[in-house]
Design a protein around this ligand. Sequence first.
Ligand SMILES: [Mn+2]
Length: 420
Amino acid sequence: MTTFNFLHAADIHLDSPLRGLSRQDITVWERVRAATREALDRLVGLAIEEKVDFLVIAGDLYDGDWPDYKTGLFFVMQMGRLNRASIPVYLLYGNHDAQSHITKRLELPGNVYVFDALKPESFSIGELEVAIHGQSFRQRDVTDNLVLNYPEPSPYFFNIGVLHTGLGGMSGHANYAPCSIHHLKNKGYDYWALGHIHKAEVLCEDPYIVFPGNLQGRHIRETGPKGARLVSVENGKIVKCAFMPCDLVRWLRLPAALDDARSMDGIYDRIRSRIESAVKAEADGRLLVCRVVLEGRTEFHSQIVVSEDEVLERARAVALGLGDGIAWVERIEIDTSPKLTGPPPGPILDLLKLLREAENSTDLMTQIQGDIEKLVQKLPYEVRTDAEEQLLNLATEKNYAALVNCMVPYAFARVSELEN
Ligand SMILES: [Mn+2]
């Protein structure tokens, strides 16, 4: 068997927006809006630089149907770069870019081989003694175990299986094309190039079963470095399966303990030092987008709760003050608790008691329902379904009792602040 190397990427979700960052965040918007494109640009650059023998894309190249042809043209342009460098690409479509789901298609250059969606298809690279097997998704919700029909391994060849799968139903991902790790192991292939799960994971090393993760984190649940796998094969054996970052924006949940803060200024100092060290440790020269989670017992708890917007903007100023394009604060999450010097005054205790009992009041619940339901119905569909906001989620789920419970700390903080 021969010696070669290849890149394995998946879940590029080209032109998908980065959630949690909006056009209003003008300071970073220009830089992040094309992040998924630039990540693909980096992947292609990496393929050329490393002189790989081929590139495998294991599904969800596109995020969904294109709004116009620009998305497709950008991909074709990148494939053209690889064509000039004589690097073939083996492309499989997943649930987000299933055959029936994408209405527009463009001519792809001759170096791009697309896996059939009706049956498994194999491509052989004779001079490398490599066989690559895969099947694209015909429609979004493939519920069959596709692996069962994948062909037997080609004898004396290095066999790669390309598959978009939820495996056995991993957290946060729809279980499309389900199969078990045993199905994959028993197939007799040397490397399983999987896609669909956005968190990078090497599930097995004999044979290699790999989710490379997505190429660019797109929201706060996709944290940390994102990229592709560079696989080196010597005499038919994998000698390296290295993670290669391709992202240009990195997401991070950043806890900041405020127990020791003596003033509001002290709180911003704390946020600054947390972001500064995170930039050093985690960003690797990329823009670090942080969700700052304020924690601990602090006498400033109430002040933080009632002036959340101001705290957010001041934290953003702190981040921007560190340097151009180094860090941005996506949001503040308040998880602090009050440091009480004594029992709260009687009226506050009465209010808390009232609020705690509120969820049992049918009258109040009916009234809240009447008010909130109308508001929620007015929201655009995407806002309602993609909400990251806890209160909005509870409102759309019609969980009004939990909604009232969420108001307790806020009401407590407001009243305590009035007291001061
Ligand atoms: Mn997918």
